[in-house]
Design a protein around this ligand. Structure first.
Ligand SMILES: [Zn+2]
Length: 231
């Protein structure tokens, strides 16, 4: 930390995203207490083809593996981290948590044979309004840390969907189908791909992306999200 920033932080300390405590010099985004209490699923330590994230796609789309890093519950740390990135525009936090995940999961078989990591695309209008795609920020950090290629051009969103927040499972599904497409199906032929999103709720958006990707011959799909809703 530079001396000026050090001095400034005496008067305006950075606060922990989790609990609001003033951060110490060696802490970033969250205090050590919150860091130790990250609500981790640890799916990567068990079976990535048999867990609650995988179950949300079972019988719907042929997914090889699925995993999520954190639990996302109301007022929980997972929700606070995602909110800070998505709504407060804390891109540095997104970069940090992506790197953290990829480092912690460095020995996981989840990355074996993966050719590309693809963030769920935002509609260009929404991207323009928000200024960044939160899923892409985290996916890029993971890609860098795990030496996997990030691909953000081939899968695209054809139309904007209306807000998902207040919709039921079926409405969400209906609202998302057919809104994604692939520009060049050959690019992903015979490739192993991780589709990445920030939060896994019903899985409707990821399912719609998967439908578009499955146009590519012999594609192998894995799904990863930063967080998964509970309950
Ligand atoms: Zn804290």
């Amino acid at each position: 930390m530079n001396p000026f920033k050090n001095l400034l932080s005496l008067f305006y300390p950075s606060l922990c995203v989790g609990c609001g405590a003033a951060l110490m010099q060696n802490e970033q985004f969250v205090c050590l207490d919150c860091l130790h209490n990250l609500p981790k699923t640890n799916y990567h330590l068990h079976d990535t083809a048999n867990n609650p994230a995988y179950d949300r796609f079972a019988g719907k789309i042929p997914v090889q593996q699925a995993a999520a890093y954190l639990y996302y519950s109301k007022e929980g740390l997972g929700q606070k981290l995602v909110g800070e990135l998505k709504y407060q525009g804390n891109v540095a936090l997104g970069n940090w948590i992506g790197t953290y995940l990829a480092h912690e999961w460095r020995n996981s078989e989840f990355w074996t044979d993966v050719d590309y990591i693809i963030p769920v695309p935002l509609h260009p209008k929404k991207l323009k309004k928000r200024g960044f795609n939160q899923a892409e920020v985290v996916a890029r950090a993971i890609a860098t840390e795990r030496h996997i290629s990030l691909e953000t051009h081939n899968l695209y969103r054809e139309k904007a969907n209306t807000t998902q927040t207040k919709k039921s499972g079926f409405e969400r599904w209906q609202n998302t189908q057919g809104i994604f497409n692939v520009r060049n199906a050959q690019l992903f032929e015979n490739k192993c791909i991780i589709l990445f999103d920030d939060v896994l709720t019903t899985g409707a958006t990821l399912e719609a992306c998967a439908h578009a990707l499955l146009q590519c011959k012999n594609i192998q799909l894995r799904i990863l999200t930063l967080a998964i809703t509970t309950g």
